[in-house]
Design a binder for this molecule. Sequence first.
Ligand code: R5P
Length: 313
Amino acid sequence: MLILCMDGHQQLAESLSKALAAEVLPLESRHFPDGEWYFNLPANVEGEDVVVLCHLHQPNDKALGLLFMAAHLKEMGAERVGLVAPYLAYMRQDIRFQPGECLTSKYFAKLISEHFDYLVTIDPHLHRYHHLNEIYSIPTRTLHATRIIGEYLRQLSEQNPGDPLLVVGPDEESEQWAKTVATAAGCEHLVLTKTRSGDRDVAIDIPDVERYRNHLPVMVDDIISTGRTMLRTAEQLQQQGLKHPLCIGVHAVFAEGAEAEMCAGPIADIRTCNCIPHNTNQIDISYLMTPAILELILELTSSKTEATTEGKA
Ligand code: R5P
């Protein structure tokens, strides 16, 4: 098995390579002065299983590079080409709110499905879609960082037993992970209501939480993008006299200016998983992915063997 790291996330590539006993392929990549991609892969991939690692944050340029490399690997004789995208982009435009809006989630999924044999990802934004196979036609595995985050919080609370934790999910969608995180951490959780009226326009509705004044609130969300969801939640908690919360995100997207704005607000600290490399990464998700990759390869190998046997019979 070979690993091709397309996003410069070397730390994740190295730990995957150790876990899978797979070699990381050398890749020369750069942009020509006009912005077009140049790739050179000086390696023999014939008959090999190639795992392409790419987190798809800032996806547009990366996505085109991915499609080129998938096509190239197949042409060079790779047996299977899988995509491991710890952060999967283009999942949030999952409905047409207005008749002319483009369903990018669906078209992006079609492009990836046409070029890769399988997909492994972590906490994709499944809101109106319930499963990736509603838009992806290749085998997929959706992994969750919730248990790892819960464990991280359990350790944190063992180190500070005086501060009981309260996991706060900022909106209805976060119910799914707030509950699992709280169970794994051994603490209570609370889910709030969010109204978004623009990219950076977020309002959070909060019930009476004064009874949690001695708790340390921990806001947990899948994506931190503009940071407004976290910021507005923190402000509401502060208004009711709660301590400055800790902020945990699975995907450190951080749109321009978001981190600085959050740091200036009533937030104690920001910690994220290393799906997207960022200076707030403190929670390691690398070991989540290995079993899923192996399982998918096994599945695809055995369905190919079955098909061959049937063909011979
Ligand atoms: C959306 O519904 C997600 O679960 C996150 O709450 C959202 O992406 C966060 O975005 P922002 O940081 O821009 O408020």
